[in-house]
Design a protein. Structure first.
Length: 159
């Protein structure tokens, strides 16, 4: 009886050794190919996410500079030039002074109340600030890479 048991144990060990030979080359190639195919969409999604995140960060920073510049111009005393306030808003974000620019207009009222006035290009008539002057400052902020622009208008007056 001991010999029969020994023979069965030996056959079982041989069967296990034969069944535990590992994966074939074809199985490995198929597995790696399937993993590669599955990884392509995951990598593309990751790249898109990183690009979208960078764009959102830039949009937020441009908005911050624009709000800061508009607030500074709005709070500034009336003058013919507000560029120092725009530059300060841009520098506060760590950008160069040329990322925030302004275009100035001033309002010239009509001859009578029935005649509409007009906006003239320039910050002040003849470069001199006058009491009662109404100014429109078009502020534009551009991202450092030049791809994103945002604008806002600020109207200043003592009226």
């Amino acid at each position: 009886m001991g010999k029969a048991r020994q023979q069965t144990a030996s056959t079982t060990v041989d069967a296990r050794a034969h069944a535990d030979t590992g994966f074939s080359l074809v199985e490995m190639v198929v597995t790696i190919s399937l993993m590669g195919i599955a990884m392509v969409p995951i990598m593309m999604a990751s790249f898109t996410l990183v690009k979208s995140s960078a764009l959102n960060r830039t949009v937020t920073r441009v908005g911050t500079v624009l709000s800061n510049a508009a607030d500074r111009v709005n709070r500034a005393p009336e003058s013919c030039d507000y560029s120092v306030y725009l530059q300060a808003a841009s520098l506060a974000e760590g950008w160069g002074t040329d990322n925030a620019t302004a275009v100035y207009h001033y309002y010239v009222p009509g001859a009578t109340a029935a005649v509409a006035g007009t906006w003239q290009t320039g910050s002040c008539p003849n470069g001199v600030y006058e009491d009662g002057l109404v100014q429109k400052v078009d502020i534009t902020v551009t991202s450092p890479d030049g791809k994103l622009h945002r604008s806002v208008q600020v109207v200043k007056s003592q009226i």
